[in-house]
Ligand binder design. Structure first.
Ligand code: NAD
Ligand code: IPM
Ligand code: MN
Length: 347
């Protein structure tokens, strides 16, 4: 018998709605002898407004005690003056990715059978974005002078270390090697961002020598958006920095059936800290509280959680149940809970 200690952060907006369904799937798909012991944490915009607390060092220490974390979405009403400047996104979500050293942000994309892509002829859509998670322009290395004057200067510096890029690139190559197509595409902007781009390209070239069976190519990020729309089957494993990966994965979601299906894992491959699984989407204030959210992204994030825990069979069962449910979806809209019940019921 094995007990997995799972921290759950439902968060804001549609976060609690989709997490309720994801937890049904955790319970329904857990293999014989594996028990999930869940602890819910209240963090998010609503908790901040009620208590003034976002995420303390003690909170982080508590989260570190768990085997893994499942997160819904965080972020409140963007018009709320108390929440400007991404105070929750940076103080909670990014803080966790940094504190728990989630240097791999793993975002797979697949077009499930029966799903209507907005692309007329999508072809094979089956790739994974290996997005860097702890560096780039996300680290808060910036500043401004003469703020709110006509002479304002604002800097947002992208930090790229050889250590950080190499460990991510290595994970990318290992990922590519484990997949049938064995192809890695570095996406960057080496024609403009020469310092960071040069570092990424040199590290990819060097690590490639250790993975001779992986084919390697490169695309500028602007051109990559063209090819994701015109010929997504050219991609297998995309390795890219934190910001490019953020943007490309919303596009990847859009071509593969929508943001309601896109799953992600914030992975600490070394196992020093718990990894965190969450849908790619946000708190969707426009549809929150109405049972309109698709919980599939959160449910597919549970499959990534199972993979990470070494429960590959359970992960495969979840994907199979999702696949059957997606194939049977007609035009009639179902509630968040109805979709979760159908998938959990099939399991
Ligand atoms: P969003 O992903 O919340 O919403 C974008 C659009 O997709 C909206 O129209 C929304 O209704 C729709 N959508 C999202 N998830 C859906 C689902 N499961 N089913 C059906 N439709 C869905 O992005 P946004 O509007 O840019 O951000 C809203 C808030 O969420 C902001 O505060 C933002 O900072 C935050 N955010 C949080 C996370 C996170 O917690 N990981 C990720 C992205 C954005
Ligand atoms: C995501 C989100 C986050 C990001 C925001 C909310 C900080 O967009 O997980 O994709 O930019 O990484
Ligand atoms: Mn995003």
């Amino acid at each position: 018998p094995r007990t997995v200690s799972l921290a759950v952060i439902p968060g804001d907006g549609i976060g609690p709605e989709v997490i309720a369904e994801a937890l049904k799937v955790v319970r329904a798909a857990a293999p014989e002898g594996v028990t999930f012991d869940t602890t819910e944490y209240p963090f998010g915009a609503a908790h901040f407004i009620a208590t003034g607390e976002i995420l303390s060092d003690e909170n982080i220490d508590s989260l570190k005690q768990h085997d893994a974390i499942l997160l819904g979405a965080v972020g409140g009403d963007p018009r709320d003056a108390r929440l400007t400047g991404g105070i929750i996104e940076r103080g909670l979500l990014l803080k966790l990715r940094f504190a728990l050293d989630h240097y791999v942000n793993l975002r797979p994309t697949a077009l499930f059978p029966g799903i209507q892509s907005p692309l007329r002829e999508p072809g094979l859509v089956d790739f994974v974005v290996v997005r860097e998670g702890t560096e780039g322009p996300y680290v808060g290395n910036g500043g401004g002078i003469r703020i709110d004057t006509p002479a304002e200067v604002a800097n947002e510096v992208s930090v790229n270390t050889a250590f950080g890029v190499e460990r991510l690139v290595r994970f990318g190559f290992a990922t590519a090697q484990s997949r049938p197509a064995k192809k890695l595409t570095l996406v960057h902007k080496t024609n403009v961002l020469v310092h960071a781009g040069g570092l990424w390209q040199r590290i990819v070239n060097r690590v490639a020598l250790e993975f001779p069976d992986v084919a390697v190519d490169y695309q500028h990020v602007d051109a990559a958006t063209i090819h994701l729309v015109t010929n997504p089957s050219r991609f297998d494993t995309i390795v890219t920095d934190n910001l490019f990966g953020d943007i490309l994965t919303d596009l990847a979601a859009a071509i593969s059936g929508g943001i309601g299906l896109a799953a992600s894992g914030n992975i600490n491959p070394d196992g020093t800290f718990p990894s965190m699984f969450e849908p790619v989407h946000g708190s969707a204030p426009d549809i929150a509280g109405q049972q309109l959210a698709d919980p599939t992204a959160a449910i597919l994030s549970v499959a990534l959680l199972f993979d990470h825990l070494g429960l590959a069979d359970a992960a495969a069962r979840v994907r199979a149940a999702v696949s059957v449910d997606l194939a049977a979806r007609g035009d009639s809209a179902r509630s968040t809970a109805a979709i979760g019940d159908a998938i959990a019921g099939a399991l």
